[in-house]
Design a protein around this ligand. Structure first.
Ligand code: ATP
Length: 233
């Protein structure tokens, strides 16, 4: 579904990604792991057209999207959920979800119902201002908003950040269900490698902008040396 090849990107004199090659297979969760500053956010931003590649290519379902503008990505089937759970706090939960549908041109009532079916707490609070939600509910809301654009590929940046372990388990469980039931493809960026590998099919480890490991999740989680060196568990 996603093919990143030889991707290099940076900021002024800083090279944040060096010749990165990785893929995200259809209907699977691929985790991108690594410490602070490894280049994970830059990778997602470059894939989704928010940051310009210096070299290399990004392919989506066989189409070269390396130079495609970010605002065209929803129509091509890609939704990006950035770090930070940004919602419009004055708008209701449902109004925030509607904005996600507009990214794809229109809001379909069945898509709202689908999100409420997936994320029960959002359905219960649909008329409440988004500012009243807990951290976990806000994370559900930003994922739900991205789903309103009916993506084939979902890019998720650090969804677990600042959430209690119980809530992380809940959110990742919901993600797993979504992938299993709907065949969505997910590229999941996480510093919380242990939790990410428990839901991912595959993992790619970045260190200082380079790929240092790329394997099925179970093998990465079972590699003690790699865990100690790069994954922090
Ligand atoms: P984090 O978990 O902290 O977001 P990360 O793995 O996502 O880390 P990036 O945020 O992609 O890493 O950062 C990669 C490198 O690029 C780091 O050295 C960082 O300092 C640098 N960097 C990131 N954003 C900018 C920017 N806007 N200007 C200059 N340098 C930046």
């Amino acid at each position: 579904m996603l093919a990143v090849s030889g991707l290099t990107a940076g900021y002024g004199p800083i090279t944040a990604l060096h010749d990165v090659t990785l893929g995200a297979e259809e209907g699977r969760i691929t985790a991108v792991l690594g410490a602070n500053g490894a280049g994970k956010t830059t990778l997602l931003r470059t894939v989704s057209g928010l940051h310009r590649a210096r070299a290399g290519t990004v392919g989506l379902a066989g189409r070269d999207i390396t130079r495609t503008a970010a605002e065209r990505m929803p129509a091509l089937g890609m939704s990006h959920v950035p770090e930070g759970r940004g919602v419009i706090v004055e708008l209701t939960v449902e109004e925030n979800l509607r904005l996600g549908g507009l990214a794809r041109g229109r809001v379909r009532p069945e898509d709202l119902e689908r999100v409420y079916g997936l994320f029960g707490p959002l359905g219960e609070r649909r008329g409440k201002p988004a500012g009243t939600l807990s951290g976990g509910e806000r994370q559900m809301l930003v994922i739900g908003r991205a789903l309103m654009a009916r993506p084939a590929l979902l890019l998720l940046d650090e969804p677990s950040l600042g959430l209690a372990p119980r809530i992380v388990t809940q959110i990742f469980g919901l993600l797993r269900d979504l992938v299993r039931e709907e065949g969505l493809t997910v590229l999941l960026v996480e510093q919380n490698a242990r939790s990410a590998l428990s839901v991912a099919d595959r993992g790619v480890v970045l260190d200082l902008g380079r790929v240092v490991a790329d394997d099925v999740a179970d093998r990465l989680a079972g590699d003690e040396k790699l865990r100690h060196a790069y994954l922090g568990f």
